[in-house]
Design a protein around this ligand. Structure first.
Ligand code: ADP
Ligand code: MG
Length: 673
């Protein structure tokens, strides 16, 4: 409901023009990213405090988080250790007893309290003789203050920044809420069983019960998901309206040849996905497909077949991979696979800068591609993000394949796509994406899943072990080497931080391990090694000349050396579960049984417990769900630029149903226009 004579949205009023917000307060609010009335109204309380009834001081229980209300009977600062340490103490009293509030080494706290003040203190009761709370959160009530805001209610406790008092902020929210509530509009898309938006904002800050606070959060979360879904689905809708597909429905001649020469048969899951892709690529609308398949499920061959569909129809193809190692590996594979088919494959990475042409020579000029209108035969370009950034401007780009999509942002993906005229898009990821996250981030893509591993793979057994077992682990690796296998050993850092007891660094450990595994050759691989050197080491490992590869997580994506059957990950507590699962996916690619050992510093029981899930399951989806729960979407996706929008209210773990409902709401509404 907008007031007709207000020209702009009043909720966009800057907080600086609100009475009582001076420059200093405005700066503090800005530190919390609160700039407008709307920002303030959507500032989510960190928690709520039930101030309808307080425990008497006598009733507090040891170890319990409690709010008490009392008057300051005495307070004072004590310093000791020659003035380097201090404790400031406030003694609160009510009619039943005394409570000691203490602040260690924060002498300036002294200036906030005076004897006789009425104080609310919240914290965990640390002792009963005397009753003590250390570092409580406190609010001093001022005489004559509006008690309806701060007392006798469920009070919101907000995230703060230094110098900003809780009470002041609460009073500001109260005032702004009452002034601006009427301008909060009801969004067009909503669900009848949810409270209205204005009402929800009110209940978010000043609920009359805890259930109201949650109902408010849900409502605001729904609105957030609706906005996101709208953007995603609109993008898709525009694509369908504006883009003409590049029909790629030939005889599949190339694919047939390719598959006939392959040393294995496609799995049913691969075949099913290829059928979906073929339908997409033959249709009037460009393909937009996300292919999920656990590590080792064989996504690369699917990409190869898709590329052949485009190439057969005379289009160029771009395949982007997140690391040079992976791009080079793809380049080697595709060149091998496609050379018999007389298809040009080119590599473009940051360190090569220019397109290196490894294409077929003239006398093998492809005949199948005679239909191509341009004189240049259809080519598969493989590269890193260099494809996005460079002057790479292929003619007739028919298909973009993005491998390990979670390492790229949505923006990068779109940038590459825009180098063509609505090419088909296939994005592949081995990080299983929980559905709520998938819909929020990749909702404009159709999903395919390869839910089956190729037959004949050995099992992967995973063990969580403390560091003191390392000598045994090295023995085990030596034994595997004599059996003909190879191993990876992974560290979280490249170089020593210089801090004792910090994470192990790959360069330092490499020197030690060289001796430990002598005479077996070991190799070192990390992001700061020069490209040619990387390639050299990787090739030596691929060809079994290096037995143990000591690396950082650069090997996380894509590296495919089936003979490697052991992986040891040190400081494994530093990696996310999904990332560990990815790393572990480097082994178990051959027929031999594989072994993954997750090592943590001794006594880290909490970490060992968390890692347990990797011992228990190989199911990437379960692991990703757990990672999402423990660390949130940004971490799960493992990249700062994942394009994951910031959610204030929505929670992808709890709100799966809400995401679905928002999606349906938006879909229904968009289908009407
Ligand atoms: P990812 O899905 O992790 O990218 P890759 O495409 O690298 O997996 O495939 C892993 C390994 O499995 C490769 O060596 C590949 O050649 C092999 N592979 C793929 N599909 C099959 C299959 N149907 N049968 C046997 N091996 C396969
Ligand atoms: Mg792969």
């Amino acid at each position: 409901m907008r007031v007709p004579n207000v020209p702009t949205n009043p909720l966009q009023t800057p907080l600086t023009s609100i009475r009582g917000v001076g420059p200093e307060r405005a700066a503090q609010l800005a530190r919390l990213d609160l700039h407008t009335v709307e920002d303030l109204l959507l500032h989510k309380p960190r928690r709520y405090e039930d101030r309808r009834h307080f425990k008497k001081i006598k009733e507090v229980k040891l170890g319990e988080a409690t709010t008490v209300f009392g008057k300051i009977a005495a307070c004072g600062l004590k310093t000791f250790a020659r003035g380097t340490k201090s404790v400031f103490e406030v003694i609160l009293k009510d009619e039943t007893g005394h409570l000691h509030c203490r602040w260690w080494n924060l002498p300036f706290m002294e200036k906030y309290f005076r004897v006789g003040d009425d104080v609310l203190a919240f914290g965990k009761v640390k002792g009963l003789k005397p009753r003590t709370i250390d570092h409580p959160e406190t609010e001093v009530l001022e005489p004559g203050e509006e008690i309806s805001i701060h007392l006798n209610r469920i009070a919101p406790i907000y995230p703060l920044t230094e110098g900003l008092p809780q009470r002041w902020l609460r009073a500001l929210v109260w005032r702004v809420l009452h002034e601006f509530e009427e301008f909060i509009e009801e969004p067009a898309l909503t669900l009848p069983t949810f409270p209205g938006r204005a009402n929800a904002v009110h209940m978010l800050h000043f609920p009359s019960g805890f259930n109201e606070a949650e109902a408010a959060r849900k409502r605001l979360a729904l609105d957030e998901f609706v906005v996101l879904q709208h953007a995603i689905q609109l993008r898709r809708k525009k694509l369908e309206a504006n883009a003409k597909g590049l029909p790629c429905s030939g005889t599949n001649q190339l694919i047939k040849q390719f598959l006939a020469a392959l040393s294995f048969q496609l799995t049913d899951a691969q075949t099913k996905v290829l059928r979906e892709i073929r339908t997409d690529m033959g249709s009037k609308v460009p393909m937009r497909r996300l292919l999920q398949g656990d590590v080792g499920s064989g996504k690369t061959v699917v990409a190869a077949c898709s590329a052949l569909m485009a190439i057969e129809n005379g289009f160029n193809v771009a395949l982007m991979a997140p690391t040079e190692i992976l791009a080079t590996q793809h380049f080697q594979n595709f060149r091998r696979w496609f050379s018999d088919l007389k298809i040009r494959v080119e590599l473009l990475t940051g360190s090569f800068k220019t397109v290196t042409n490894f294409g077929a020579n003239d006398k093998s000029q492809p005949t199948l591609l005679a239909a191509t209108s341009s004189s240049q035969p259809a080519t598969l370009y493989i590269g890193t993000h260099a494809l996005v950034e460079s002057a790479f401007m292929p003619q007739k780009l028919g298909l973009v394949v993005i491998d390990e999509q979670h390492k790229f942002g949505v923006a990068q993906r779109e940038k590459l796509v825009r180098k063509g005229n609505y090419p088909h898009l296939l994005v592949m990821t081995a990080t299983p994406i929980p559905r709520s996250l998938g819909l929020t981030l990749y909702g404009d893509l159709d999903m395919s899943v390869i839910d089956q591993l190729p037959a004949g793979r050995g099992k992967i057994k995973t063990y969580v072990r403390a560091e003191d077992k390392l000598p045994k682990i090295w023995d085990f690796i030596r034994q595997k080497i004599t059996e003909g296998r190879q191993a990876y050993i992974v560290y979280p850092r490249v170089e020593d931080s210089g801090v004792a007891g910090d994470l192990k660094a790959v360069t330092a450990e490499y020197e030690k391990l060289k001796k430990i595994f002598a005479p077996h050759p070991v190799g070192l691989l990390h992001g700061r090694i020069k490209a040619e050197e990387k390639e050299h080491v990787m090739n030596a490992f691929r060809h079994d000349r290096v037995k143990v590869l000591i690396a950082t997580s650069v090997i996380e994506v894509g590296v495919d050396v089936p003979n490697a059957s052991v992986m040891v990950i040190e400081n494994s507590e530093r990696f996310g579960l999904a990332q560990l699962h990815q790393l572990r996916g480097r082994i178990g690619r051959g027929a031999h049984d594989s072994f993954c050992v997750l090592v943590t510093p001794a006594k880290n029981e909490e970490a060992m417990e968390r890692l347990q899930i990797l011992e228990d399951t190989n199911d990437g989806f379960k692991i990703a769900d757990e990672d999402l729960r423990l660390r949130g979407p940004g971490e799960l996706l493992g990249t700062q630029q994942s394009g994951m929008p910031k959610l204030r209210f929505g929670d992808l773990v709890q709100d799966r149903m809400l995401v679905e409902r928002a999606r349906t709401l938006v879909r229904e509404s968009l289908s009407k226009i």
